[in-house]
Design a protein around this ligand. Structure first.
Ligand code: SIN
Length: 485
């Protein structure tokens, strides 16, 4: 693998209680661009996960008791170290995940921005006083950390999804245990190394790396010492994990699958819509939960828009993320490529037309050609399941009401996008779309100041913003009585 400036960022073992922990077994982490092994990592067990939870539990009281300003300082130091090592962290991320280097470095900055935002927010956790019903009482509301937080994070954002959860948890005064995806553990372990260097106390930030997702997930969702569980990943797994949390009545946040519509109304600025769509569709090769999944274009502008889109797609460069000027890297696995193939095959069998792409670059590679497909309808699996690949799938609509109806005809409700210049239509569509996040004339909506999260089967809870911090805090009400003389 390419050499990092700071080789000490390469860690191959889980981290809890401020120590790197060995294990009896290990597994390989490979580069999806070429199959090369980039590291061999100790494979933690359920018993190890319990030890990590115990470490977090032991550290909890001291961490919660520290002044918010002190926690904020440590988070800021961690953020600075992430930015100082942005090149190394970006390279590591590209090597294990595949996304182009520029995008990977962008993810490091994105992850670091959550540390900064929540470090600042930590200092602004205000309580309340409420006028009491009787003169001898006073009513006060305190906000306190929920306690130990456990998280399971996905491979598509190996840094930012951990940073987004950990920053909020630590800012609120919670300790944290994360199980990163087994495909991309090295970014998580490098984060732990930097947390350590930043002076985050032992037991506050813990990483459990394992191939046994089921066993680790069971510990993190069932252990009574864990007060809150946060998950980013597929809807099916999220449902199962939420059920497992029920017995100990944990607070749960779920950021699950999406099926984002991208609506182009006939009054839209088509060039702006193309720019927004390219960003929203092809980021991370189409492997994000907020990626556009369905492109809905009004009949009157369908031909013009399709032509512009085909031209834009034609300019995309596919290749190894470490090569210069690459826009799209490999998909994460063979199964991911197979799934895209199957969705496209079912769509074409039912009348959709592939204009470009539609297959892997070479039979044995994970590079999937940027694809444009038209004639899609909402009944196709391509329009109902997350594609998680570089496929732009266009369907058409006749009027505004039909667009909103089609857009909402899915069990998911994470992100939606639309382009229009009519202020009345903008309000009607923004209010009519049943989604947690709506980009209006904007294809890139993720940032730390905004509440990220979905409705319907895309989950619940919010990450980022003041709402994201509230998810890690309990409200306690104090009733002071007997105050009259
Ligand atoms: C995701 O795909 O789950 C996260 C995407 C983002 O934060 O923009």
């Amino acid at each position: 693998m390419g050499k990092l400036h700071d080789q000490a960022l390469l860690k191959y073992a889980s981290y809890w209680q401020g120590n790197w922990q060995s294990a009896a077994r290990s597994f390989n982490v490979t580069n999806p661009a070429n199959g090369e092994i980039i590291g061999t990592v100790a494979d933690a067990t359920a018993a190890d996960a319990k030890k990590a939870v115990a470490a977090a539990d032991t550290a909890q009281a001291d961490w919660a008791a520290r002044p918010a300003a002190e926690r904020a300082k440590l988070l800021m130091r961690w953020q600075q170290l992430m930015l100082e090592h942005q090149d190394d962290l970006g390279l590591l991320l590209t090597l294990e995940q595949g996304k182009p280097l520029a995008e990977a470095k962008g993810e490091i900055a994105y992850g670091a921005s959550y540390l900064e935002w929540f470090a600042e927010e930590a200092k602004r956790v205000y309580g309340d006083t409420i006028p009491a019903k009787s003169s001898d009482q006073r009513i006060i509301v305190l906000k306190q950390p929920v306690g130990v937080v456990a998280a399971i994070t996905p491979w598509n954002f190996p840094n930012a999804m951990i940073a987004r959860k950990a920053a909020a948890a630590l800012a609120a005064g919670c300790t944290f245990v994360v199980k990163p995806a087994q495909l991309t553990p090295l970014s998580a372990l490098a984060m732990a190394e930097l947390a350590d260097r930043a002076g985050i106390p032992a037991g506050v930030f813990n990483v459990v790396v394992s191939t046994d997702a089921k066993a680790i997930g069971k510990v993190l969702t069932e252990d009574p010492r864990v007060a809150k569980f946060s998950f980013t990943g597929s809807t099916n797994i999220g449902k199962q994990l939420a059920k497992q949390c029920a017995d100990t009545v944990k607070r749960v946040s779920l950021e699950l699958g999406g099926n984002a519509p991208f609506i182009v109304f006939d009054d839209a600025d088509l060039d702006a819509a193309i720019d927004g769509l390219m960003a929203s569709k092809f980021r991370n090769a189409g492997q994000t939960c907020v990626c556009t999944n369905r492109i809905l274009v009004q009949d009157r502008v369908l031909d013009a828009f399709t032509e512009k889109l085909q031209q834009a797609i034609g300019k995309l460069k596919l290749g190894n993320g470490t090569d210069d000027k690459v826009d799209i890297g490999p998909l994460i696995s063979d199964e991911a490529c197979d799934k895209v193939d199957e969705l496209l095959q079912q769509a074409t069998e039912n009348g959709a037309k592939v204009h470009c792409g539609g297959k892997r670059q070479a039979a044995d590679s994970l590079f999937y050609l940027p694809t444009l497909v038209t004639g899609v309808n909402n009944d196709m699996a391509l329009a109902q399941q997350e594609i998680f690949g570089p496929v732009a799938a266009i369907q058409s609509f006749n009027d505004e009401a039909e667009a909103i109806k089609l857009a909402n005809a899915t069990e998911f409700g994470l992100a939606a996008y639309f382009y229009s210049r009519d202020i009345g239509r903008i309000w009607r569509a923004a209010e009519g779309l049943h989604y947690g996040m709506v980009g209006v004339n904007e294809g890139m909506i993720s940032n730390p100041v905004a509440p990220f999260g979905g409705v319907k089967q895309s989950g619940y809870g919010r990450e980022g913003s003041k709402y994201g911090l509230a998810d890690y805090m309990d409200i306690k009400y104090l009733c002071l009585g007997g105050l009259d003389k």
